[in-house]
Design a protein around this ligand. Sequence first.
Ligand code: CO
Length: 172
Amino acid sequence: MILPIILYGSSILRKKSTTIFDPDELGSLPENMVQTLKKAGGIGLAGPQVGMLKDIFIIDTTPLINVNNEIAPIEKGYINPEIVSIEENFSWYSEGCLSIPGIFEEVKRPEKVDVRYLDFNFILHEETLNGIEARIFQHEFDHLLGVLFIDKLSTIRKALIRNKLKQIRNKK
Ligand code: CO
């Protein structure tokens, strides 16, 4: 089932998500999120974006591979994710968000992160992520804390997109 995507301006996107204790509480959510992300053509989707304040997100790099075939194909689900440590090296990347359509801005983040999460079978993984997976993981992880990529922009960049943001807020 395709779920409606919550847009910028909704207070849901500013709330903290909660730990998932039992895979049964998810029901068809993982499957629905995968379908919703595919339909939207995005590369990541977090629980709050479909109105579920739970610690879950998915990554699908397929849309990027169509543009750049050097990108690793990743289709993964992450439950109760944690960032264990971050690397000192930072990089810039133009980010967008399905909840903030039409806005793309360069965001600075650590290049490498050590993470821990459960997959959709509730199996624990501890991994060092880099490249595109590290980037998307951090963006989606922020969603679970009620943080959006536009929060990380400079005052000047924020001022420049203020009107576009207002339009999205009014659309919701
Ligand atoms: Co997003």
